[in-house]
Design a binder for this molecule. Structure first.
Ligand SMILES: [Zn+2]
Length: 127
């Protein structure tokens, strides 16, 4: 019978081999014509155990506010994940028009909230 230490080493070796194999397979995966390659170095702000996407591809979605069908383009995804440092698990949920509207609504709510604080305390506590 193997000792626990021997078994642990066996398991570790198996995992290393499997990771190598997966990396090899990923390197040979063909990227679709209209997709953009993902830059994994630019995704390093994410703390996830799941592998990063190999590429971005246009993604159709339905706006959660108005129900309009819209496409989240590969270029927009690349900007969101790599430049804006968006979370790798986040996706587009609102169409452009609803996004603009939602941003205005949030700004107005924030302004009202801060104005309320200013009335209560005489000046803004911090900003
Ligand atoms: Zn919408």
């Amino acid at each position: 019978m193997k000792s626990n230490k021997q078994r642990r080493q066996e398991i570790k070796q198996h995992r290393v081999q499997r990771a190598k194999k997966q990396a090899q397979n990923a390197a040979h995966t063909a990227i679709p014509k209209n997709a953009l390659k993902a830059n994994h170095a630019a995704l390093s702000h994410n703390t996830t155990y799941s592998p990063f996407p190999l590429y971005y591809i246009d993604k159709p979605f339905t706006c959660k506010d108005c129900g309009k069908a819209e496409v989240w383009t590969a270029a927009q995804q690349q900007w969101w994940y790599e430049q804006a440092k968006g979370c790798i698990d986040s996706t587009a949920v609102r169409c452009r028009a609803c996004r603009t509207q939602e941003r205005a609504r949030k700004a107005a709510a924030r302004e009202q909230h801060l104005a309320g604080l200013a009335r209560k305390y005489g000046s803004l506590p911090r900003q």
